[in-house]
Design a protein around this ligand. Structure first.
Ligand SMILES: NC(=O)c1ccc[n+]([C@@H]2O[C@H](COP(=O)([O-])OP(=O)(O)OC[C@H]3O[C@@H](n4cnc5c(N)ncnc54)[C@H](OP(=O)(O)O)[C@@H]3O)[C@@H](O)[C@H]2O)c1
Length: 336
């Protein structure tokens, strides 16, 4: 099955972009910039003068996106680093390359890439394909690049880790469960695709987006405790008109008709990118803030506004769980 996106015009983005400060002298690393919110974010920070590293798995889409950005923004440095989030080995190799390319440090790491409602399949490392792509590999990336973030923070007064969650963090469940963070790939409920009645594909997606928010809460707490100037932030795009739904329909995670109806309630990918861009660029953001078009499960569109991290994951038990299980997955001890 296939789904073709309809055009949705941006309502807020053009004015929002005018409010963003210069990013000259800053180094920004973003995952998943071949389309969607990641592409918009990469293009926006390049237009604001940042050095940008595009972390994508190798593909024609990656080559095309990099070329478009390089052709358009010739005066800024834009580097492409191959990074397949389905493989810890690939992420580790990518980190070595990022470290080589950024001796100055990293001002912003945006963990944007994601997949949605894919089949119940394991990665090469044995984890759920959605959980490894959306959270575990981003956890590894963040831990490996933290010294470079600390370096930039020491030099300039701050640096930022920006995670990308979703309204799906609270539906169908607000409870993060350890089995989704363990080596259970392919054994997590099968390929049920019912969006409205908690199909297993959607339960797994829900867990990954809850993990993004819980990781932010745990990282924020740990960074604050050690007196770090690195900020941990999280955003959600509402319902944004990107390739995410196209990929899900292709994999059998959503039906064509339902997707068309759902997306008629959504917003443009540019409007959807305002949450991560606020976290990445705005001057007065605070560690531990969540940016999106509202905090409710119906926050599908609108301006990105800040709200506090939520108690269903910002508590001792969930922060401990996400940290412990993520450390186990990447084979590191519990210290930052
Ligand atoms: N669109 C929405 O309504 C919505 C709602 C809530 C949250 N989000 C979140 O927004 C983020 C961005 O998604 P999007 O909506 O912009 O979708 P998108 O257009 O499909 O972009 C997703 C990006 O992730 C990349 N990616 C997927 N698997 C990867 C892998 N194994 N290794 C490296 N990169 C990989 C894709 O690259 P390839 O070209 O290699 O596939 C693509 O660049 C995701 O975290 C998603 O969960 C989106």
């Amino acid at each position: 099955m296939s789904y073709t996106r309809k055009t949705i015009e941006s309502i807020y983005f053009p004015k929002f972009k005018e409010t963003l400060p210069s990013m000259k002298g800053k180094t920004v690393v973003i995952t998943g910039t071949t389309s969607g919110t990641g592409y918009v974010a990469a293009e926006t920070v390049a237009s604001l003068g940042a050095k940008v590293l595009l972390l994508n798995r190798a593909s024609e889409r990656s080559v095309r996106a990099s070329k478009n950005l390089r052709d358009t923004y010739q005066s800024v440095e834009i580097q492409t680093v191959d990074c397949d989030l389905q493989s810890f080995a690939s992420v580790r190799t990518a980190c070595k390359e990022v470290i080589r390319l950024c001796p100055e440090g990293i001002n912003v790491l945006c963990n944007n890439a994601g997949v949605m409602a894919l089949k119940d399949e394991p990665t090469i490392d044995g984890y759920d394909i959605q959980m490894q792509t959306n959270h575990l590999s981003h956890f590894l990336l963040t831990m490996e690049l933290l010294p470079l973030l600390e370096k930039a923070a020491e030099a300039t007064g701050e640096a930022r880790v920006v995670n990308h969650s979703s309204i799906a963090r609270m539906s169908p469940s607000k409870e993060l469960k350890s089995e989704y963070l363990e080596k259970n790939g392919g054994k997590l409920g099968g390929d049920g695709a019912s969006f409205l009645f908690g199909g297993a594909r959607w339960k797994r997606y829900n867990q990954t987006k809850l993990a993004n928010a819980a990781f932010t809460a745990a990282l924020h707490e740990k960074l604050q405790k050690k007196g770090s100037k690195v900020k941990a932030l999280v955003a959600h795009p509402g319902l944004a008109n990107t390739e995410l739904q196209v990929t899900s329909v292709k994999d059998g995670g959503m039906g064509n008709l339902f997707t068309g109806i759902l997306m008629s309630m959504g917003q443009s990918m540019e409007d959807g990118a305002m949450g991560i861009l606020s976290c990445m660029c705005l001057e007065n953001v605070k560690s531990g803030q969540f940016y999106g078009p509202g905090s409710s499960s119906m926050a599908l569109k609108g301006k990105a506004e800040p709200f506090p991290l939520e108690s269903f994951y910002n508590n001792d038990a969930v922060r401990d769980l996400i940290w412990k299980k993520s450390c186990e997955a990447i084979g590191r001890d519990l210290a930052l």
